[in-house]
Design a binder for this molecule. Structure first.
Ligand code: PEP
Ligand code: MG
Length: 551
């Protein structure tokens, strides 16, 4: 048994088999080739080997699992043999004189995109197979050892050097039970995603994880520990621990249906943060009072082009309809260079979180932004939609967006398309600048939401993803709490509601603080809602005015 120590970023216990994830398609290099014939030959040889490997996997899987589950490998062979796949790849090599790995990666992504847009639900769902088949071939071309891709029903713990949000999203499968990575901070988007999915995760493991592929492991997301090939005693201990953990979770279920009201009768809305439509299930299971933050940028990941208006419309319509009574806050795309999107012109930046992101990208790509706004407004007729703008720093940006919204509405009217004229417009307060001028900003919008993740990193000048500085990423810093207090005061003076949607919203140590401030709403990972509700219900805010005075 081997014990590994890291940083727990999402609580819970996972017991299962490690599957080492190699970041393939994102790492594919693009370069010009001089000798096209040799490159074509290299591609064809790779193709042959890929087919042999997949056939072998099929035969092995047939003897281990059922035939129907093994068929996946045959499907992958068919994809690689498909004339469109072959012709497109060869054309990129021949005409554009580009390397084989890139040609395969490009073709797989392009075809996957076409499948994703199909009406047939079954065919639509096969787009990941195209990417997987492409990855098999790319690994061979890159000379990476092809490990048995466990498409089995085994509970799977994904181990990787680092996971981009786009990869974390694409990994979401029924059998996925936890994450272990070398790189990643508790405030990185991937950690947030793991918490949203309710999966235990440990990062910052200082060991090459590839050697543990196929090993049995225990992931303790609370203690930040990973056990490889655990011995009998440890296994028994963790099965018992897991049972206790599940019991605690079941106890929390008693909070379902109870109002989120403090002992002295103060109400607060507890809503959920989501990134994908699959999260809706979790929101409902945890009895959230609606969706307080839908990070729409996740719709933009793992693809080759901006999602079409229709695609976005369908996604927004689905969430809005699902939470018709409570309402949904959809944030306009917070895209940035570190989120792994290559179809928008976003050059690599040294500091993407302080760079070209959020509203800045939207305003610079007005067609993309308009498409999103059109989809949002069209979907607004299906329930209560609130639109939230991200990374706002000044009043000009808000005015600029308002002008765009006006023109979007004008267009929709001219086309005879319906929309709700009363969609509320809000902004995120994520920078000290926005917090300091929140008196002015609040007078321009219908609601505000405090993004404490970015607000903390910018106030303390500490990159939220920087592992080395984690010790001083101090969200309880007086400066942060004072800024939150200031924003809540300014919002209320303007007569608009204020919510907190950063990770601090789920920190039960701060629940009394948020209640004492009279924050209207806390929005958090669905799995945290019942815990916070329990804390709200045991808090008497009359006992804590001192807390605020001291700030
Ligand atoms: C935040 O900054 O607090 C926030 C909610 O946005 P994100 O974590 O997606 O940057
Ligand atoms: Mg943010």
């Amino acid at each position: 048994m081997l014990e590994l120590y890291g940083q727990g970023v999402s609580t819970g216990i996972a017991i299962g088999t490690i599957r080492h994830y190699v970041n393939v398609s994102e790492n594919v290099k693009k370069y010009k080739v001089e000798d096209v014939r040799t490159e074509l030959e290299r591609y064809r040889q790779g193709m042959k080997m890929a087919k042999i490997q997949l056939q072998k996997l099929y035969d092995e899987a047939c003897s281990q699992v059922s035939k129907s589950e093994s068929v996946i490998f045959q499907t992958h062979i068919m994809i690689l043999e498909d004339s469109k796949f072959v012709e497109n790849t060869e054309e990129i090599i021949k005409v554009r004189k580009l390397n084989a790995e890139y040609a395969v990666s490009y073709t797989a992504k392009m075809l996957a995109e076409i499948f994703k847009g199909l009406d047939d639900e079954y065919l639509k769902s096969r787009y990941t197979d195209i990417l997987d088949a492409g990855n098999t071939l790319i690994k061979i071309l890159q000379n990476k050892e092809q490990k048995k891709d466990a498409e089995s029903k085994q509970p799977m713990i994904i181990a990787a050097k680092e996971l981009m949000p786009s990869e974390t999203v694409s990994l979401k499968k029924n059998t996925l039970i936890g994450f272990v990575t070398n790189i990643g901070s508790p405030n990185s988007h991937t950690a947030i995603l793991a918490r949203t999915m309710g999966l235990p995760a440990v990062t910052q493991i200082d060991k090459d994880l590839s050697e543990f592929d196929g090993c049995t492991a225990i992931v303790d997301g609370q203690l930040g520990k990973v056990y490889i090939n655990p011995d009998k005693n440890t296994m028994a201990l963790y099965h018992a621990k897991k049972e206790r953990y599940n019991k605690q979770r079941d106890n929390l279920k008693r909070q379902i249906g109870l109002p989120s009201v403090s002992k002295n009768g103060q109400k607060i809305i507890l809503s959920a943060n989501i990134g994908m439509l699959e999260d809706i299930e979790n929101v409902e299971a945890n009895d959230a009072d609606g969706v307080g933050l839908f990070r729409s940028e996740y719709l933009f990941l793992n693809r080759n082009s901006v999602p079409s208006e229709e695609e976005q419309f369908e996604a927004y319509k689905r969430v809005i309809t699902e939470f018709k009574k409570s309402g949904v806050v959809i944030r306009t795309a917070d895209l940035s260079a570190d989120k792994g999107i290559d179809y928008i012109d976003m050059p690599n930046e040294k500091n993407p979180s302080m760079g070209f992101r959020g509203i800045r990208v939207c305003l610079a790509n007005s067609d993309m932004f308009k498409t999103q706004l059109r989809a949002l407004y069209r979907a607004s007729v299906y329930g209560k939609l609130k639109i939230l703008l991200t990374m706002i720093n000044n009043t000009e940006e808000v005015n600029y967006v308002k002008r765009i919204i006006k023109s979007v509405k004008r267009e929709l009217r001219a086309e005879g398309k319906q929309y709700n004229d009363n969609v509320q417009l809000g902004i995120m307060i994520e920078t000290p600048a926005a917090a300091i001028i929140s008196d002015e900003l609040c007078s321009m919008v219908d609601f505000v939401s405090i993004g404490t993740n970015d607000l903390t990193q910018f106030t303390l000048a500490i990159d939220r993803a920087n592992q080395k500085l984690e010790y001083s990423y101090e969200p309880y810093h007086k400066a942060i709490l004072r800024l939150i207090k200031l924003v809540v005061k300014n919002a209320h003076q303007c007569g608009i509601p204020v919510s907190v949607c950063g990770e601090l919203a789920s920190d039960t140590k701060l629940t009394p603080f948020f209640l004492a401030l009279k924050t209207d709403e806390l929005s958090m990972a669905p799995s945290k809602i019942l815990q916070v509700r329990a804390k709200v219900r045991e808090t008497n805010t009359e006992m804590i005015p001192k807390l605020l005075k001291e700030l």
